[in-house]
Every structure is written in structure tokens, then in C-alpha cells.
Design a protein around this ligand. Structure first.
Ligand code: GLA
Length: 386
């Protein structure tokens, strides 16, 4: 039987941890790149999560073992200003740095990590690690902050330490997810507006294209700049516009001639996504699965044509969803440029559908994918070990 995080910690350090946190990965169900445009997202925390066991120690030296691959980092608390490129320890050090900036000092600690969130796949393994770290540090060093503040610390760690100008979606969903529900997030208010039950008898099959999306090196930041540029230009005629959230589809159509084509297309994706999120919630409330599925397909089309954050592999997976029986909708999920697609299928069909998808994809591309039928779980938590 696999050992749990407490047992692994005990083996590594010869004592019990004082606290264990757990932070899930997330799925972006609908609402692509809308978070940093003060927009709307329908998201969910998944059952796959990262656990962080911690015990405070005296001195200055921190040690963390990642039991996924056995790797280990050690660092001194006063020597963490500079990130080490490509190292998972950055997510931990980044959180410590952001806490410090806000006046919360942590002491040294020993830590252990265990995770089943797929890496670099668009399911927010990095946010899960940041939030698990944050919650563990909070418990070990008596730092009490709101869920929103913890989410912002995780995001800031990513923005300032790892160099990805990501929005708040990943950390927010990892913290505020609700079992068996999608959460409707408003990133202007930074609030969960409401939960929306996952339609009864349906699941999301996640197809991991295994095309690594490395957001640091990708066009993510460039897409964000394009959205900001569109806002600046639109503001010249409409000073009331603060973010793409304020732009209606009709206003954007009217403004087309003033915007460079590329920025117009990027904005069109965001404006369309905000609209689709609200339509999706309405469709789910009315039990209109077909409509909900169609909105997922539309979202992907817009990613492909307007935001250009898809790739051949993701397009192929969504195309297959049209031809293989069983999928009601499919789209890329997360940052894009690789990573995953999500497929809405009936629970009873999930296994057969996943197999067909794998086979058809292999036939078309010669390449393998991995599929996961994702359970929707609760957001992050931490428990003190007595
Ligand atoms: C990544 C980012 C999020 C969000 C999504 C796209 O996951 O980390 O902030 O922008 O991409 O919706």
C-alpha cells in the first residue's frame, strides 16, 4: 500500500509533522483568460491535490522533499531573493518572499510534498503547490489570512518570482472549490458569486495532450499585453471602460476599426468568453446540457481563431469530440498552447469514451494521450497534527 504524507514525513525526518495541508488542482470549465481581464470564470477544484507536511525547526535552513520524484531542495531563509530557473522550489520560496513583503516572517522548516496533480498540464500543479505551501506555513507559523489574501500571495509568487503574469484563477479555485460543484468566479469583485451543481450524471473527461505548456516561455504574457492594449485604445473613446469586462459584444463590434486586428481578436475572445460563462450558468440552471456543451465547443473555436492559444494537438482532440459518440462539448482548458482539453460526457459513457478518444487520437497523430475522469472536490484545507 502506498504510504501517506505523514508516514513519508516521519520516515524522512524521524518525527511527526506539526501540520498537513492539502490544495487541489483546478479545472477551468469555461471562461478562458478572463481572470486578468476582471471577468468571469466557471471553474472547479479537482480531487487530485498536493499535500504539504511541515514542522518548524530552529535555525535558518529549510529542507523540502518532493515524494513524487524523490527530489529534494535545501535553502537558507536569508538567501532566497533570486529564483533558480526551472526549479519547483521557486513556488515555495516565492510564497515565503510574498509573505515577507506583507510583514509575515516564517521561521525555518522541514517539509514533505506528495501530489497527484498532473504536472505542466493545465490543471494548475503550480498553484496547488503554492496554496499547499501557503496553508502549511500559515499553520506552522501562526499566520492568519483570508482565503482571498492567500490566493493573492500564491499569484504574486507566480508573478514576481516565477515570471508568469497569471491571473488569480488557479489559486482562487484551489482555495474556494466546492465538492461536486462548479464555482462562478467574478474577478472584478474577487468573489465566488455562486456554486453551480455539476449536471447530474455527467463528468468531465480530461485529455492531457502531453504537449508541455510552459507558461513562462509561452505567449501567455504577450496575450495579456494585447488585452491591456485593447483596453487602452477603447478607453480613448469610452473612458468608462476599465477592463475588457466592461466591453459588450456590440461595443467591440463597433470599435473594430479603431483596434489593430490582433488586439481586436484577443479582445473578442475575452468578451465572448464572459458572455458564454453567463449563458452556460443559465443553461445549467435549466438543465440544458446540449446548450452548455455547445458553449464549450464555441469557446474552443474562439481560442483557436481569436486568441490563438490552441495547438494542433488540442484542436485534434476537440475535433474528435465531434466525431466520437458521447461528447456533449469539449474545449481546451487553462492557459493553452498545449496542456489539456476537457470533454463533457455522461458518467456511464466516460470509460468507453476515453478509450475511443485515445485510440482515435493515436490513429490520427501516432501519439499517446492520457485521460482522467475528473472528480470535483473541495478547496484547500490544513489540519494541525497533535
Ligand atoms: C492560466 C493562468 C490563469 C488563467 C488561465 C487562463 O491557468 O494561470 O490565471 O489566466 O491560464 O484562463
Amino acid at each position: 500500500m502506498n504510504k501517506n504524507i505523514r508516514e513519508l514525513f516521519q520516515e524522512e525526518y524521524g518525527k511527526k509533522p506539526s501540520a498537513v495541508s492539502r490544495a487541489p488542482g483546478r479545472l477551468e470549465v469555461l471562461g478562458n483568460h478572463t481572470d486578468y481581464n476582471e471577468g468571469l470564470v466557471l471553474s472547479a477544484a479537482i480531487e487530485q491535490a498536493t499535500e504539504f507536511a511541515i514542522a518548524a525547526v530552529s535555525g535558518n535552513l529549510c529542507k523540502v522533499r518532493d515524494f513524487r520524484d524523490g527530489s529534494k531542495i535545501e535553502f537558507e531563509l536569508d538567501k532566497i531573493e533570486t529564483p533558480v530557473r526551472g526549479n519547483w522550489g521557486n513556488y515555495i520560496k516565492g510564497v515565503i518572499m510574498e509573505l515577507r513583503k506583507r510583514g509575515h516572517e516564517t521561521g525555518a522548516f522541514e517539509g514533505a510534498i506528495l501530489s497527484d496533480v498532473p504536472l505542466s498540464a493545465g490543471m494548475s500543479s503550480s498553484a496547488a503547490l503554492e496554496v499547499a505551501t501557503a496553508f502549511a506555513l500559515g499553520e506552522a507559523f501562526g499566520i492568519k489570512l483570508s482565503g482571498e489574501e492567500w490566493a493573492r500571495i500564491g499569484q504574486a509568487a507566480e508573478n514576481n518570482y516565477s515570471g508568469v503574469k497569471c491571473g488569480l484563477l488557479d489559486q482562487f479555485s484551489s482555495i474556494f472549490g466546492k465538492k461536486d460543484s462548479f464555482i462562478l468566479c467574478d474577478f472584478r469583485k474577487t468573489e465566488v458569486l455562486r456554486t453551480v451543481p455539476v449536471p447530474h450524471g455527467y463528468v468531465l473527461v480530461v485529455a492531457n495532450s502531453l504537449v508541455k505548456h510552459n507558461l513562462v516561455d509561452s505567449d501567455y504574457n504577450i496575450r495579456r499585453e494585447s488585452c491591456e492594449k485593447a483596453v487602452q485604445i477603447l478607453q480613448e473613446k469610452h473612458p468608462e471602460i476599465k477592463a475588457l469586462r466592461d466591453v459588450t459584444p456590440a461595443l467591440l463590434r463597433k470599435s473594430k476599426e479603431f483596434l489593430p486586428l490582433q488586439d481586436y481578436l484577443r479582445a473578442r475572445h475575452i468578451v465572448g468568453e464572459n458572455d458564454r460563462v453567463m449563458k452556460a450558468v443559465e443553461a445549467l440552471d435549466k438543465g440544458m446540457i446540449e446548450k452548455f456543451g455547445a458553449l464549450l465547443f464555441e469557446s474552443h473555436k474562439s481560442s483557436r481563431e481569436n486568441f490563438e492559444n490552441s495547438c494542433i494537438e488540442l484542436d485534434c482532440l476537440v475535433e474528435l469530440a465531434f466525431s466520437i459518440p458521447g461528447a456533449w462539448g469539449a474545449r481546451l482548458s487553462g492557459g493553452g498552447f498545449g496542456g489539456i482539453t476537457i470533454h463533457l460526457v455522461k458518467s456511464d459513457d466516460a470509460k468507453a469514451y476515453s478509450e475511443r478518444l485515445k485510440t482515435a487520437y493515436k490513429l490520427q497523430t501516432g501519439k499517446e494521450i492520457e485521460t482522467i475522469t475528473c472528480g470535483i472536490g473541495d478547496g484547500a484545507s490544513v489540519s494541525r497534527i497533535l
